[in-house]
Write a protein that binds this ligand. Structure first.
Ligand code: AMP
Length: 264
């Protein structure tokens, strides 16, 4: 019933709302430090930023609005109060309004997906765009879990998104080339690296973003219980790379590859 109502709405060309999920993560330029006791990554005084795949998701929504396909872009982030920064950045990039689901809890993907489902139920977007992956935990599963919880069609790892009427065609990069799937709206798309190149926010738009609406809600407002099924056992940094050596000849290189590196 809801799906057919949304279809009629879109065919009429009246409105198309896009919901974009953005996550606050360690800035991708920062060299990640692990706590001395190996219990987690050390976040003290570390520069945080929007997850790069989420930036791509916001950019895609903004482009769809600029093309006249979308009429409203709502951005949601789930995390601490400071995650408002990533929402404000999204608003400066062109989103219309933000929702912060404020929590200090450590969240598993299934909980994030349940929270996003509650927001989807409330907002009823025709398209939900997420990053394909968070660069802090590399989970690559929130969009898929949201697909399962909502029953919405999903196109993951999108490198092209084309909305036509009540359908969205999502081109996906796979090992053997490209695969395009047609989804009936409402649908979920997760963004891959080559979907677009995100723009930078201009100073006037950063100023304008300060006046755009940003609603703050809690998980209990949404009726979602935050619970953990996992514990983080250990975090270890990658092994330090040993210094390279110079070889005098090809023969010496082959000898070392055979007898020291044992890769030949
Ligand atoms: P993941 O499954 O953790 O790799 O994350 C995939 C995508 O889910 C991210 O790029 C975001 O679009 C979304 N997501 C994950 N965690 C959050 C969060 N705390 N707040 C908002 N969006 C999130």
């Amino acid at each position: 019933m809801l799906t057919s109502l949304l279809k009629i709405h879109l065919i009429d060309g009246e409105s198309m709302k896009i919901l974009v999920a953005v996550k606050r993560v360690i800035d991708y330029n920062v060299k990640v430090r692990v706590k001395a006791d190996n219990t987690d990554v050390d976040l003290a005084n570390v520069k945080m930023a929007m997850n790069p795949f989420c930036e791509i998701a916001v950019e895609e929504a903004v482009r769809l609005k600029e093309k006249g396909v979308a009429t409203e872009i709502v951005v949601v982030s789930i995390g601490p109060k400071v995650a408002q920064e990533q929402i404000r950045t999204s608003l400066a990039l062109g989103a219309d309004r933000g929702i912060l689901v404020e929590t200090e809890e450590k969240l598993e993907s299934l909980t994030v997906a349940k929270i996003l489902k509650a927001i989807v139920d409330k907002e009823q977007p025709q398209l939900v765009i997420l990053g394909k992956q968070s660069i802090d935990n590399d989970n690559n599963q929130t969009g898929q879990m949201l697909g399962a919880l909502t029953g919405m069609a999903q196109g993951t790892f999108a490198s092209e998104v084309v909305v036509e009427g009540d359908k969205v065609n999502v081109t996906r990069e796979i090992d053997s080339g490209l695969r395009t799937v047609g989804l009936t709206l409402p649908a979920i798309v997760t963004s891959d690296l080559r979907l677009n190149e995100p723009r930078y926010a201009s100073l006037p738009n950063i100023m304008k973003a300060k006046r755009k609406p940003l609603e703050v809600v809690t998980t209990s407002d949404l009726g979602v219980e935050v619970k953990s099924t996992q514990t983080l056992v250990k975090v270890t940094p990658p092994a330090e790379r040993s210094a390279g050596i110079k070889v005098a000849s090809v023969d010496e290189l082959v000898e070392k590859l055979k007898n020291e590196a044992k890769v030949l």
